[in-house]
Design a protein around this ligand. Structure first.
Ligand code: SF4
Length: 188
């Protein structure tokens, strides 16, 4: 009985030196990942790093005045010329990302601080102009026109329309909403 079991075992599994060897190439393939492909949306004019601009940029210049330390005009469109080097500049770059009318600014992976930056809009212009806010969220329908809210006792005035987002609408409501609208850009 013991002999027949040994015989059966030897039939099921050939001796080690007769077993086919695994090819080394298949082991390499299983353990080494290929280098990550470059995001095809990234314009080659961007410097390498977290932030980049894609090919759909309409050259409205919004990002360049919102975060001039980061964005420059290269070959008729914007590109990231330098990655942010401080929290302050990074916040400005994320504000530009949210304000880009074509959604052409990206980070190479999702960022958590974008939620905090959303809460910065509408942005007070400066201390010398109380009650004047930059709305951000530029709209492609107005070729990226800059939208402001002016808080006024006889009714708030909105200059050009931002792109609608529930979060911004909610913040504008808290400031009293807009009674009047002044349009400088119209898309026809
Ligand atoms: S804000 Fe957007 S569309 Fe406008 S210049 Fe910058 S990347 Fe281009």
């Amino acid at each position: 009985m013991a002999l027949s079991l040994r015989a059966a075992a030897s039939l099921a599994a050939p001796p080690a030196h007769l077993r086919p060897r695994r090819r080394a190439t298949s082991m390499v393939r299983a353990t080494v990942s290929p280098p990550p492909a470059l995001d095809s949306r990234r314009r080659p004019q961007n410097v390498s790093g977290e932030f980049f601009v894609d090919h759909r940029c309409i050259d409205c210049a919004t990002c360049r005045w919102m975060a001039p330390e980061v964005f420059k005009r290269v070959d008729d469109q914007s590109a990231v010329a330098a990655q942010p080097t401080s929290e302050e500049i990074r916040t400005k770059a994320l504000q530009a990302l949210l304000s880009c009318p074509t959604g052409s600014i990206h980070t190479d992976k999702p960022t958590e601080d974008i939620l905090q930056v959303q809460n910065t809009f509408p942005l007070p212009i400066n201390d010398d102009l109380p009650g004047v806010y930059l709305c951000g969220y530029h709209s492609e329908n107005s070729y990226g026109a800059t939208s402001y809210l002016i808080v006024h006792p006889e009714g708030n005035i909105m200059v050009d329309s931002p792109r609608y987002t529930p979060k911004l609408a909610n913040q504008l409501e808290k400031l009293g909403g807009a009674r009047y609208m002044f349009l400088t850009h119209m898309y026809v």
